[in-house]
Design a protein around this ligand. Structure first.
Ligand SMILES: Cc1cc2nc3c(=O)[nH]c(=O)nc-3n(C[C@H](O)[C@H](O)[C@H](O)COP(=O)(O)O)c2cc1C
Length: 284
């Protein structure tokens, strides 16, 4: 039976670069696959209300919208690719809207954990992708996928990525990575030894923090190359199945902590009650 590749398109633009890249990657797969497509910005995914019900109720969210449709598609896929355009230096907001509901993922760890996945950031102007690559990589990691590769591609007009060199080669490379073949590329930039991320924040005293997995550690020049030595901290989100479970258990303990400190917290909030005038939405 054919395996299902879920192609998550982070753009409303029909036949745009994100959509075409997903289709090209599918064509480059060598095995027996079918392509299921999902246009994320089309989905009605509302903001998380921070009720925490999902972490006590097997990942079920009380809101009735398209969130579970997308989650089910991920659960039923054998592998997935996410491709998003850059909008104002970051990925399309639909990715974050979906991730904001992600406390639900902990109720579906077995269905989500470890699926092969790749991520692509598309930007119209070279070097102007901002944090889009980090955003699409985070999308895979936070949906508990096995991030096999990622890339940034440039092209502003719909289809333009394929008029420049490199996009088809990238699709082939990522298709191979998704199917578990191909040589792992030698890193040409420093990578986080914990998760493979390549986006860091510089901290005081020669330390850096990986923006993908939040691990911190020293960075410095060794034999003419910048190297980072991050180590996993206390709160890791997606580095192992057991730690993901552990994080979900820790989240559940917060309810008792809240109940125990309720009066103390209420006092803090009451001190600010009535401060300021709210601008309210037109449709309340
Ligand atoms: C609202 C908006 C904001 C954009 N912001 C950026 C940007 O910050 N940096 C950039 O390089 N390209 C930017 N672009 C260009 C898109 O990333 C580019 O056209 C991309 O190919 C669109 O992908 P799509 O065809 O899949 O929709 C922006 C486009 C739009 C519509």
């Amino acid at each position: 039976m054919a395996k299902t590749l879920l192609g998550i398109v982070g753009s409303l633009r029909k036949s745009g670069n994100s959509e075409l890249f997903v289709k090209e990657l599918f064509r480059q797969l060598s095995g027996d696959w079918e392509l299921k497509l999902l246009r994320l910005p089309q989905m009605d995914i509302r903001p998380c209300k921070a009720c925490y019900q999902c972490i006590f109720d097997e990942g079920k969210c009380p809101q009735n919208d398209d969130f579970s449709l997308v989650l089910d598609a991920l659960i039923h896929a054998d592998a997935y690719v996410i491709a998003s355009p850059t909008y104002l230096l970051g990925a399309n907001a639909s990715l974050k809207r979906f991730l904001d509901r992600g406390l639900c993922f902990y109720g579906h760890l077995d269905g989500l954990w470890g699926k092969p996945a790749v991520a692509v950031a598309i930007a119209g102007i070279e070097g102007m992708e901002g944090h889009t690559k980090l955003d699409v990589e985070s999308f895979v990691k936070l949906t508990m996928g096995d991030l096999r590769g990622s890339a940034v591609l440039y092209g502003a007009l719909p289809g333009e990525i394929f008029l420049k060199s490199g996009a088809r080669e990238t699709a082939l490379r990522l298709a191979r990575a998704l199917e578990g073949g191909g040589e792992p590329a030698q890193p040409s930039v420093p990578l986080c030894p914990v998760c493979g991320g390549d986006t860091f924040r510089f901290l005081p005293e020669g330390q850096v923090r990986c923006m993908l997995c939040s691990s911190a550690g020293p960075a410095g020049w060794e034999e003419g190359r910048l190297r980072v030595h991050t180590r996993a901290g206390e709160h890791t989100l997606f580095l192992s199945y057991e730690e993901a479970r552990h994080h979900a258990d820790w989240l559940r303990t917060m309810k008792d902590q809240f109940l125990a400190r309720r009066n103390e917290l209420k006092e803090v909030a009451q001190a600010y009650a009535g401060e300021g005038n709210w601008v309210t939405p037109q449709k309340a």
